[in-house]
Design a protein around this ligand. Structure first.
Ligand code: ACM
Ligand code: ZN
Length: 683
């Protein structure tokens, strides 16, 4: 038995000395909210010299090393004199691995936990209670705490923009504070390969570098790569030593680093360096691996073998999302594979690959995670589904007896803007404020208790196309990562947004004082004002005749959406904007001939999401619904090159009488692009 005694000078943990300003909120404020807090009378006052502490029952030094790495001073003290006593009880079960009890009375702090992980989390609660060391008094209490879900993750996209090792280590510290236990590293994608692989040096001499700093310049340009020594080279990669350091640092914080190697899609960078792995055999042609070629499997298995040697995590992520599947159609090798393996379609061809790789990974004692597209063509037996297109695919996987991690883009995509687009950095689109993320419930209402066992966890994803700077990435994580942590840890019936927001404000202060760039929650603007109260106008409640149909994917309120007085918020995805992939053409019946002075409709542009302004809007009036007269036209003056989210009213003034008003919006010509409007205002 290893008995370690230290002085834990928690008060010195404060990075910036603003102790005079007592932070707002209760000292019991903790994120994620513990399962059970019993407040007791009195306070524990932090001794001026720090808190002496001892650890009992631990056979390894990880917890001690972690505490030693905190910016605190340690002094040995006798266990019987220690202000804080930690006891690892060694009574671990699968249900309590991360649990702890923290008791603070007037004279002593006691932590008991079945594992070092639980004790580590008790320390995190304590660090938050002291606001990182600012508070000199702790409220007496007993906390009994345990997480709701086993997997609580954050995703870091280092392909679109490489982030230095130091950035990763810094986020691991914040994750630890939030009791998040899984960092998903998106190491490979078209924008760059980020991992040393000894057997394939071109992955890091070529595929890790591009002659463009900004992703959108690369994407809208020639999407090329360059050599390391090219003066324009932008990018980078982690060496094996970097990874060993990251993995060790994470382990000290009870965090698994889950590497992701993308397949079969999002692989342009691999196929530029090793074109023989693509269907065409030519660089800059395909985005998917050729599944017909055995060389593809040799490559992936060799890469994954080196990956598993570097990363000890149980889970290995193999991507699986958004394969274009175009090259496979006409590839003789892929066709031969389909014949030989009796595969009916391209989904089954993809599934063949996923099954085969899953079998390989499983044979090494690891478990595959893939985005929900891995269900296409049949799900591999032990694969974990990361559900991003809603929670339905994840639920389907749970019903089949596969585990699921929920990261729906409706709530958990932290690359979407978190406040009014006019005041936020340019983003890929969407609008997911803190409250929206916090409202997420990962367990489907209809799940049975047996199905619920297959809900592994929750994750926040930060795709980085538009996030060039490291500080911008932090700004997008915090505080929404707080919400991810609380969803994963705290039982849903205990959640309360107003209380969470209050706790978030003080944790933001703590993170800022430790040098993190966070969103300014205190000055949040909120949703688009127009969306917050119904709009009155003459056309409200009038019948809409659709000359072209709206998309079933974005119906908003359906046939009444354009005259229901409800305007959209910042995002087209809020179910208040109606979408179409065709020209938008409707006629509104005012119910009788009336004076019409104004007709207008707002459209939205979000280039990152393929949503564009109409080129032109023609407005017609008619008495009889048959003979229409052009009353006005409005043209687009919004550039289609900027990713900035834009809103524009297309309107005309008129001085006529009419019963019918027809609006014809001529769509942006790009195939696959969208047109969205929220309300047609007639006065
Ligand atoms: C994804 O967002 N393509 C997983
Ligand atoms: Zn092929």
């Amino acid at each position: 038995m290893n008995r370690l005694i230290f002085l834990f000078a928690a008060f010195i943990y404060a990075i910036k000395p603003f102790a005079q300003n007592m932070p707002a909120g209760s000292p019991l404020d903790i994120i994620p909210l513990p399962q059970n807090v019993e407040a007791l009378d009195g306070h524990f006052t932090l001794p001026d010299g720090g808190i002496s502490f001892s650890i009992d029952g631990s056979d390894d030094d990880i917890l001690c090393n972690y505490i030693a790495s905190l910016p605190v001073k340690f002094l040995p003290a006798d266990m019987h004199e220690a202000d804080m006593h930690i006891e690892i009880t060694d009574s671990k079960t699968p249900a309590n691995e991360e649990s702890y009890t923290l008791t603070i009375d007037r004279n002593q702090i006691n932590i008991t936990a079945p594992t070092e992980t639980g004790a580590f989390y008790a320390i995190q609660s304590l660090l938050q209670m002291t606001r990182g060391g600012i508070l000199k008094q702790l409220e007496c209490c007993t906390i009994n705490d345990t997480p709701r879900l086993a997997y609580r993750g954050l995703h870091v996209d280092v392909s679109r923009h490489f982030r230095p090792k130091e950035f990763i280590l810094k986020q691991l510290d914040a994750m630890a504070l939030l009791k998040l236990n899984s960092m998903h590293l998106h190491l490979t994608d078209g924008a760059g390969w980020r991992l040393q692989i000894d057997q394939y040096p071109e992955l890091t001499s070529l595929a890790a570098w591009r002659p463009y700093k900004h992703w959108e310049d690369w994407w809208n340009g020639d999407r090329s790569y360059c050599n390391t020594d090219d003066p324009r080279a932008y990018g980078g990669f982690y060496t094996k030593d970097d990874i060993r350091e990251i993995v060790k640092y994470a382990a000290e914080r009870h965090i698994d680093i889950i590497p992701e190697i993308e397949m079969p899609g999002h692989s342009e960078e691999v196929l530029a360096a090793y074109p023989e792995l693509s269907c065409s055999g030519k660089p800059y042609t395909d985005s998917d691996f050729c599944i017909g070629k055995e060389e593809t499997f040799t490559f992936i298995e060799n890469v994954l073998s080196e990956v598993m040697e570097m990363f000890p995590s149980q889970y290995i992520h193999i991507g699986g999302d958004e394969a274009a599947k175009t090259g496979w159609k006409n590839c003789p090798m892929c066709r031969k594979r389909m014949e030989q393996e009796n595969l009916a379609n391209l989904d089954e061809l993809q599934s063949y690959m996923i099954h085969r790789i899953e079998k390989f990974v499983t044979s090494k004692g690891r478990t595959v995670i893939g985005f929900d597209e891995i269900m296409q063509g049949g799900l591999a037996p032990k694969a974990v589904v990361m559900s991003w297109r809603g929670i339905e695919p994840g639920y389907k996987a749970m019903q089949q007896g596969n585990h699921a991690i929920m990261t729906p883009n409706s709530h958990c995509y932290l690359d979407y803007t978190q406040d009014a687009p006019f005041k936020e950095p340019v983003s890929i689109g969407g609008y997911i404020p803190l409250e929206k993320t916090y409202s997420f419930e990962p367990l489907p209402d209809e799940a049975t208790p047996d199905e619920a066992k297959f809900l592994l966890g929750v994750q926040g994803n930060l795709w980085a196309e538009y996030i060039t700077d490291d500080s911008h990435a932090e700004y997008m994580y915090y505080p929404r990562a707080f919400a991810i942590a609380e969803i994963g840890w705290t039982m849903p019936e205990k959640k309360n947004y107003a209380d969470f927001r209050r706790r978030s404000l003080s944790l933001i202060e703590q993170l800022r004082s430790a040098g993190y760039a966070t969103f300014d929650l205190a000055n949040e603007y909120g949703d688009r004002k127009e969306s917050q109260q119904p709009l009155s106008h003459m056309g409200r409640g009038c019948k809409v005749i659709y000359n072209t149909p709206y998309s079933k994917q974005y119906p908003a309120a359906g046939d009444s959406a354009l005259t229901d007085g409800v305007c959209g918020g910042w995002t087209y995805g809020d179910n208040k904007w109606q979408g179409t992939m065709r020209d938008f053409d409707v006629t509104i019946d005012l119910g009788g001939v009336k004076p019409v002075r104004y007709v207008g409709a707002t459209f939205l542009q979000s280039v990152g999401a393929w949503v564009y302004m109409p080129r032109r809007v023609d407005i017609y009036l008619s008495d009889d619904g048959e003979k229409f007269t052009l009353a006005g036209q409005a043209w687009c003056d919004v550039p289609d090159t900027s990713a900035e989210i834009r809103y524009k009213v297309y309107s005309t003034l008129c001085h006529s009488q009419a019963r019918y008003v027809r609006i014809h919006a001529i769509k942006y010509p790009k195939p696959g692009s969208w047109l969205f409007t929220d309300e047609i205002v007639i006065n």
